[in-house]
Design a protein around this ligand. Sequence first.
Ligand SMILES: NC(=O)c1ccc[n+]([C@@H]2O[C@H](COP(=O)([O-])OP(=O)(O)OC[C@H]3O[C@@H](n4cnc5c(N)ncnc54)[C@H](OP(=O)(O)O)[C@@H]3O)[C@@H](O)[C@H]2O)c1
Length: 277
Amino acid sequence: MRAHSSHHLPSSLVLIGAGNMGSAMLEGWLKVGINRATTTVLDPHPSLEVQTLCAEERIALNPPVRDIRPPQAVVLATKPQALEAVAPAVDRLIGPETLLVSILAGKRIEDLKRAIPRAKAVVRAMPNLAAAVRLSATAAAASEAVTEPQRLIAHELLSSIGQVEWVGHERLIDAVTAVSGSGPAYFFYLTECLAHAGTAAGLPTELAERLARATIIGAGELLRQGDLPPAKLRHNVTSPGGTTAAALDVLMREPGLRELIREAVDAAKRRAEELSG
Ligand SMILES: NC(=O)c1ccc[n+]([C@@H]2O[C@H](COP(=O)([O-])OP(=O)(O)OC[C@H]3O[C@@H](n4cnc5c(N)ncnc54)[C@H](OP(=O)(O)O)[C@@H]3O)[C@@H](O)[C@H]2O)c1
């Protein structure tokens, strides 16, 4: 279960990049009571929503970097391609006690430290698309210099967009990317497949699409609300000799869906390894 107390919010914070992910995090931090007076947002082209939010909440937006004192935490949420361009400004913000949290896909802790030499305590996180609805499955890895209080701060900051899981070693982030980073698309595709199958079974296309969509949402909600493992939920709805059993006999034959998904995750993991060099 996700630990969600606001005890570990940083005393001061700079967010760099307030796009989809950055603004979702900012909204979450405001909900759990971040100190507005010591929060700063840097983004060269902030959206109207971000401008309005910062004005309403009295959060500093784009002050000169030289005027910002090194905060307790810097959260880097630009696109990965922007790292080289943004690195000098980030470096100026890093003090001896500053934690850097990066969500840049494919940028390893080593890449971040090379680009931002003053950064020693670095957390690399991999969120997913569901951050937009605060249901991200986020995994994080910490550099050796990250202290336990800093890890708790990173946990708190990342919890604003969903569930946070820590991995013992950064190399596991490629597997994380293949499972939860790319994962939402697998379930979107599964929804498309179910709708197609419904149409093939005689349903009007739009009805099949609505049913498939509502079904995956309902199944997801059952997983979210209960503590039962997915296999138990599946057993509970599978009467011997019934309709669900007939379908699962097809899905579970070998090689079947399990093998296909293993191959898909393996392909994504290899690609993640290639992309992060
Ligand atoms: N979206 C996802 O599902 C997802 C999943 C996993 C990881 N991530 C990671 O999350 C990060 C952010 O993704 P996103 O979807 O939020 O991207 P995004 O919407 O493009 O947000 C990035 C923001 O950073 C701003 N920016 C660019 N250069 C900057 C600079 N020098 N200083 C400060 N801000 C700057 C951009 O402004 P402009 O638009 O004006 O360039 C934009 O507002 C990426 O690194 C991505 O790898 C995203």
